[in-house]
Write a protein that binds this ligand. Structure first.
Ligand code: AMP
Length: 223
């Protein structure tokens, strides 16, 4: 299946994207993770994207689209993918559609995890990431010694999750990314779920909607 995850920062795109990827046996492709890896590398691209990521601004479309195209060309993405954090602008969504249509492999669904802004702000403030294995937790899930439950590594707050930058990212989302939700709604591929339910329930809602959608498509003789 070819899927994209949409929603405010903190909506649960990463968590649900990872669960879906495991369930469907396809890779989760997170542009945020890719940019963070690029930042750590001493590369020309790293130097070009650093300031954007640190300020919570969007990296320019041409750089982002090129990075995603390269990643989607890799063998493991042939069976499908879950894109997390991409597309974040309407031109990115159009570029993705164009590429996928060219290859005769259109998107199956765009999954929009809907949470109110206050919930997103609260979740971002409590998000902690393992600097060793990259796993993400909310503060309540973490032991008092602040180590990663999976690998024991140190848990830290993402620099762009600090209050001011996180609020800026929400503004950027509303101005530039929310129109992508409407773009996919109009294209008839949007699945909207309530992101305030518990993690397994949200996953169940997404899987049920995907399966209903698949049956509709098969009944109409489509893709
Ligand atoms: P995330 O982990 O998805 O919140 O992404 C972290 C940061 O990476 C964002 O604040 C942007 O600076 C950059 N980024 C990630 N995905 C994109 C994208 N699709 N377009 C532009 N910038 C992005």
């Amino acid at each position: 299946m070819r899927l994209v995850m949409l929603g405010l920062p903190g909506a649960g795109k990463g968590t649900q994207g990872e669960l879906l990827a495991q369930r469907l046996g396809i890779p989760r492709i997170s542009t945020g993770d890719m940019f963070r890896a690029v930042l750590k590398s001493d590369s020309d691209l790293g130097r070009r994207v650093k300031a954007y990521v640190e300020r919570g601004e969007l990296v320019p479309d041409h750089l982002t689209v090129a990075l995603v195209e390269q990643r989607l060309a890799q063998a493991d993405a042939r069976a499908g993918f879950v894109l997390d954090g991409f597309p974040r602008t309407v031109p990115q969504a159009q570029a993705l559609d164009e590429k996928l249509l060219e290859a005769g492999r259109p998107l199956h669904a765009a999954i929009y995890i809907n949470v109110p802004q206050e919930v997103a702000i609260r979740r971002i403030a409590s998000r902690r990431v393992c600097s060793q294995c990259g796993a993400t937790y909310s503060q309540e899930q973490v032991a008092a010694d602040g180590s990663c439950p999976a690998c024991g590594g140190p848990l830290v707050q993402r620099p762009d999750d600090s209050d001011e930058t996180a609020r800026h990212r929400l503004q950027v989302y509303l101005a530039q990314t929310h129109p992508v939700v409407e773009y996919y709604r109009q294209a008839g591929v949007l699945i909207e779920v309530d992101g305030q339910r518990a993690i397994p329930e949200v996953l169940g809602d997404i899987l049920a909607a995907l399966s209903a959608r698949q049956q509709d498509v098969e009944a109409s003789g489509g893709r």
